[in-house]
Design a protein around this ligand. Structure first.
Ligand SMILES: *Cc1c(COP(=O)(O)O)cnc(C)c1O
Length: 436
């Protein structure tokens, strides 16, 4: 498969280039240029197929010519010490838990694959340096995924404020490959500095700089694998149509689902589950997109004004608006309903949801109850975050304390960066150079 920018049909670029450049030079985003038909692979898989098997089979087929089956096996082995988990709750609804990774959010899946595949693709070329911006636990996920990768240094930029969940033994100053740097500024400053560093050609070339931020297609494409996995697990017991309910913030997860469908996974559609910040629902319904100010909610990862994947989604709608309107169903669930859903799902099924999963769950219930769909769809709800990451809210919703796994408790540990610098390119380049 080859790739192109959302802004033009050419040039076509390889997966390696997509991963190592991250962004095309024309302000677009990389997307698949052709679709690979994966249907034949589903025939040979069933409920007994494991997640590593799904990825090791699908990845070399998707990234054909660049990742052979042997390399794919190595990637899978070194990327995934955790797996998605599909739980059938009843005839109408299943839960796909994606929070079993090191930081308890689904983003671990894309980051882990990206880091492992990057190491594999770089085997016969020079070293690389991956610049990323972090708030929340993304930095920890990057630290886990890139730790000890041969030929790769991982620079994580943090905005002002405390930094949590890193292990200083992995820092470059202690013989590791991690370079955490604090910027005395905002998250946006961190992102701007990354773009500036990429655009400073002599500097970027000296260190082989790329980025592992959320819009790198190398993070998004592997999210297809857990949709494939869910389908493979459920297909033989499925009566009626399959729908996925996806909590949407920057719409990366939804787009990965749409790619899975384009690659031949049989699915009726996707619920784009939003909270009160649902301005993007209008766009999905065919109206003009008018951004609205973001309001804070209890599902903060969905509090997004302009989704960073907007251009990727728009590319789908420009190509076939009618098809998309039959495929993507926008929904908006408020805080009260989210809270009540956590309590109710716990009572009814004995299952804990985090607020993001609860938004998707409530949206799925509405769809299954609607006239159009009632009786003949099975909905798989994506549980994107570990309930213990929102322990206070979840405990309140179910009326008792919940347990926090040690690996998530560790994320609270505070650490010092190896440098604190002004939000200026010169300062960043100086800090990086002083590590070598
Ligand atoms: C990031 C995140 C989301 C939103 O995913 P997008 O791909 O940005 O739409 C949903 N839930 C949780 C827990 C997240 O961390």
């Amino acid at each position: 498969m080859q790739f192109r920018s959302t802004q033009s049909q050419t040039p076509l670029v390889s997966f390696k280039d997509v991963v190592l450049r991250c962004l095309p030079p024309d302000e677009g985003l990389y997307v698949p240029a052709q679709m690979t038909d994966m249907r034949q692979f589903f025939l040979h898989m069933d409920a007994k197929t494991t997640y590593p098997e799904v990825v090791a089979t699908m990845a070399p087929a998707l990234i054909q010519g660049e990742l052979n089956p042997l390399s794919a096996n190595r990637v899978v082995e070194s990327a995934f010490s955790f797996e998605p988990e599909l739980t059938r709750l009843d005839d109408k609804i299943s839960l796909l838990s994606l929070y079993n990774g090191p930081t308890g959010v689904f983003k671990d899946f894309g980051i882990a694959f990206l880091a492992a595949v990057m190491e594999e693709l770089l085997k016969n070329s020079g070293p690389a340096m991956v610049l990323s911006a972090s708030r929340g636990s993304v930095g920890t996920s990057l630290a886990h995924a890139f730790r000890g990768r041969k030929g790769i240094h991982s620079v994580v930029l943090y905005p002002s404020g405390p930094i949590h969940g890193l292990d200083s033994a992995s820092f470059v100053t202690n013989g590791g490959n991690m370079i955490p740097i604090q910027i005395t500024g905002t998250f946006d400053d961190c992102q701007r500095l990354i773009v500036e560093a990429i655009e400073d050609r002599p500097f970027a070339e000296r260190y082989g700089i790329t980025s592992a931020n959320a819009i790198n297609l190398g993070r998004l494409l592997p999210q297809c694998f857990y949709y494939f996995y869910a389908f493979v697990k459920i297909k033989d017991s499925l009566r009626g149509d399959l729908v996925f309910s996806v909590p949407c913030g920057n719409f990366g997860n939804l787009i990965a689902g749409l790619y899975a469908w384009e690659f031949g996974m049989p699915v009726k559609g996707y619920i784009a589950a939003m909270n009160a910040n649902d301005a993007f629902g209008d766009y999905i319904r065919g109206k003009r997109f008018v951004p609205r100010p973001v309001v804070p909610t209890n599902s903060p990862s969905l509090d997004v004004g302009l989704p960073s994947n907007y251009k990727r989604l728009a590319a789908f709608y420009e190509e076939s608006p009618a098809v998309m309107r039959n495929m993507v169903y926008p929904a908006s669930i408020g805080d009260e309903r989210t809270f009540a859903t956590i309590g109710r799902v716990w009572k009814k099924y004995g299952v804990l949801l985090d607020p993001h999963g609860a938004v998707a769950f409530a949206a799925a219930e509405d769809l299954t109850a609607s006239q159009e769909f009632s009786g003949h769809v099975h909905t798989v709800v994506l549980a994107t975050g570990h309930p213990a990451k929102r322990a206070a809210l979840v405990s309140q919703a179910i009326g008792r304390d919940i347990e926090i796994p040690p690996r998530l408790a560790q994320l609270q540990r505070q650490v010092d960066p190896i440098a604190i610098i002004k939000p200026e390119l010169e300062a960043l380049e100086g800090a990086i150079a002083s590590c070598f």
